[in-house]
Design a protein around this ligand. Structure first.
Ligand SMILES: Cc1ncc(COP(=O)(O)O)c(C=O)c1O
Length: 353
């Protein structure tokens, strides 16, 4: 049976160019990265820092680890950090910032990821009050996974930075899919990075590397982050074996390729939305590569699980996300795959709703 895996862009496998680059590796291109001696990792970090327009970068194992290291490196236990209520750090990172970082999390709402940055100032604690902790960071997410891969505008970042500067807060960006935002809105990445103190982005999602994320920021931040990475057991030894594929992932052609994922995501959303007149579904036009099938009425979760299970049986893999169904396009998914899935998804929704 044909399988079309739309669960996540984390299921991507290396491209032929990445395999070629891996085959061209030899021991001269490897070293002990904990000692900062792996030439391939060093090359990747230098390339990533240049691309981000930031002084330094660090290769880490995952997006979750990149966020944790970035947050721990710029805060102290007992402080409070501000996060949008549905952000990945809050929902899906095992509470690491609380358990490992000893941090309090204060969340704020948004409308599909967008909020009024001036309202953040209401959340900043008065640390001169003996009862209150110190607020030390605001962490944003772009694109916003939970809100359906929404690409947030650069103005949101500049205004958030104004609030952060007023209260001497750090700004971290969980940019797991930041290049999707850049490609969708046609803005250079530096238009985001110039407003933040640190960024984490994933090599292992749409950029189709098998493993890895990058964090970037100032020299001091990265020096500290390197130590925190070691503390949590993330020190690479001969990491060049993986970093060599990261170097390919950062080629402009690979970043621009994300446009293809966005185009087929739009096609998928538009086609599913054709059943909106008959069935209580709503499928917003995606900004990037994440399609969300929303339900207009309160559909029981059991029905949503049934739809997901039935799609799985027919080879279309996807996840439920709250009372919605998420479908993600990525490297390896073609327009033919999407054309194949459309009637399966439409019929399954029509039969089960
Ligand atoms: C927005 C966002 N941040 C962070 C992560 C974590 O990345 P990883 O799975 O590499 O830990 C994800 C993963 O899906 C994500 O969507």
């Amino acid at each position: 049976m044909r399988i079309v895996d739309l669960r996540s862009d984390t299921v991507t496998k290396p491209s032929p160019e990445m395999w070629e680059a891996l085959k061209s590796m030899d021991n001269n291109k490897l070293g002990d990265d904990v000692e900062h001696e792996d030439p391939t990792v060093n090359k990747l970090e230098e390339k990533a820092a240049r691309l981000m327009g930031m002084p330094a970068a660090l290769f880490v194992t995952s997006g979750t680890q990149g966020n944790l290291i970035s947050i721990l490196s710029q805060t102290r236990p007992g402080e409070e950090i501000l996060l949008e209520e549905h952000s990945h750090v809050v929902k899906w990172e095992v509470g690491g910032v609380a358990r490992i970082g000893g941090l309090m999390v204060n969340t704020f709402p948004s409308v599909k990821g967008t909020f009024n940055p001036s309202t953040l100032s209401w959340l900043v604690r008065d640390s001169s009050d003996i009862h209150q902790p110190v607020t030390s960071m605001i962490a944003l997410e772009n694109t916003h996974n939970y809100h359906g891969g929404i690409a947030l505008k650069t103005e949101l970042f500049s205004k958030t930075r104004d609030v952060a500067d007023e209260f001497s807060l750090k700004v971290h960006l969980d940019g797991a899919r930041i290049f999707n935002a850049c490609v969708a809105l046609k803005v250079p990445i530096t238009e985001y990075t110039r407003h933040v103190h640190s960024i984490q982005f994933c090599l292992s999602k749409g950029l189709s590397c098998p493993i890895g994320s990058i964090i970037a920021g100032s020299e001091d931040f990265i020096e500290h982050a390197r130590k925190i990475r070691k503390l949590i057991g993330g020190g690479f030894r001969q990491g060049g074996i993986i970093a060599v594929m990261g170097l390919i992932a950062l080629e402009p052609k690979w970043i621009q390729r994300l446009e293809e994922d966005h185009a087929i995501a739009k096609l998928l959303a538009k086609s599913i939305s054709e059943i909106e007149a008959e069935k209580p579904v709503h499928v917003p036009t995606p900004d990037t590569n994440i399609v969300m099938v929303e339900f207009k009425q309160n559909i029981p979760m059991e029905t949503i699980y049934k739809v997901v299970n039935e799609l799985h049986k027919q080879g279309v893999l996807c996840f439920d996300m709250g009372p919605r169904i998420r479908l993600v396009t990525h490297y390896g998914i073609t327009k033919e795959d999407i054309d194949y899935c459309i009637p399966i998804i439409q019929n399954t929704l029509c039969n089960l709703l």
